[in-house]
Design a protein around this ligand. Structure first.
Ligand SMILES: NC(=O)c1ccc[n+]([C@@H]2O[C@H](COP(=O)([O-])OP(=O)(O)OC[C@H]3O[C@@H](n4cnc5c(N)ncnc54)[C@H](OP(=O)(O)O)[C@@H]3O)[C@@H](O)[C@H]2O)c1
Length: 242
């Protein structure tokens, strides 16, 4: 989705910093974006590594002078049944889906607080790709749900604390998106949307001005409904996903 979104952002005269682990993939994407006359900086690094995250922010600021929007998009939620998942795998899931966000937040907040504000008083926006799974405890996805829920609450706290200082925090909540990775999972993926549609809706969320942007609509409403159902109805319904 990040790759698709980069293509959309490139069409709107943005300058982009691309961060991921594989330099070869970054270089290939950067070449495509530069052909669209987009200025691109690539930085290879691991979001789960605190130093790599801090270095990426410093390099980006040194190159472009400021970062207006940071989309923290790293994460994955493979099938993990609690009876069969070792502690190490749960920790790894937490690192990928929660600590990868944590590693970027303090350096980004520090950098953005020192940037001049625009005419609306905004110094910078930090967006995070959460998941509808971060709103409810799903079977087979416990560690992922828990990590994304932690990320949701951290973003909520940041919003309360730092909006008065000109920082905006946006949480995007996709449902199932048919990326190459997700297509390999055996889990059911109701209301799945294409990768292109996923990126379009992420962009819509970033432009919406909303704190939280959930999509697609039908799955988002089902999760809202699940929250208001009494537990004795909700639990057997969720068990049917097993
Ligand atoms: N697809 C879905 O159905 C779905 C649904 C809800 C939420 N989401 C969330 O949406 C986000 C994107 O998902 P996706 O399906 O587009 O993922 P994806 O297809 O697996 O792509 C992940 C991207 O992140 C990079 N990446 C992965 N681990 C990294 C790390 N440790 N450090 C730096 N970069 C890393 C990968 O590049 P490298 O391998 O080169 O590092 C790749 O470019 C995730 O947060 C996911 O939880 C996805």
């Amino acid at each position: 989705m990040g790759r698709q979104l980069a293509h959309l952002l490139a069409q709107h005269n943005n300058r982009l910093i691309l961060f991921a682990r594989r330099q070869q993939e970054l270089t290939a994407l950067a070449e495509q974006l530069r052909a669209q006359h987009c200025e691109v900086l690539t930085i290879a690094g691991d979001a789960c590594n605190e130093q790599d995250a801090a270095q990426a922010i410093a390099t980006g600021i040194a190159h472009f002078g400021r970062i207006d929007l940071a989309l923290l998009n790293v994460g994955a939620g493979p099938e993990q049944r609690m009876a069969e998942t070792p502690v190490a795998d749960i920790r790894q899931c937490l690192t990928l889906n929660y600590l990868s966000l944590v590693n970027f937040l303090p350096p980004l907040i520090t950098a953005m607080r020192h940037q001049p504000a625009d005419e609306c008083g905004l110094r910078g926006t930090i967006a995070h790709t959460n998941s509808l799974a971060g709103l409810i405890g799903l079977p087979m996805q416990g560690p992922y749900c828990a990590a994304k829920a932690a990320a949701r609450l951290l973003m909520d706290s940041c919003r309360v604390e730092l909006e008065p200082q000109g920082l905006k925090f946006i949480s995007l909540y996709p449902g199932f998106v048919q990326t190459e990775r997700v297509n390999q999972y055996a889990m059911p993926a109701p209301f799945a949307i294409s990768e292109t549609r996923g990126a379009e809706l992420m962009l819509k969320g970033l432009l919406s001005g909303r704190d939280d942007y959930r999509f697609p609509g039908p799955l988002s409403w089902l999760i809202r409904l699940a929250h208001i159902l009494p537990t004795f109805i909700r639990k057997p319904l969720l068990r049917r996903l097993l």
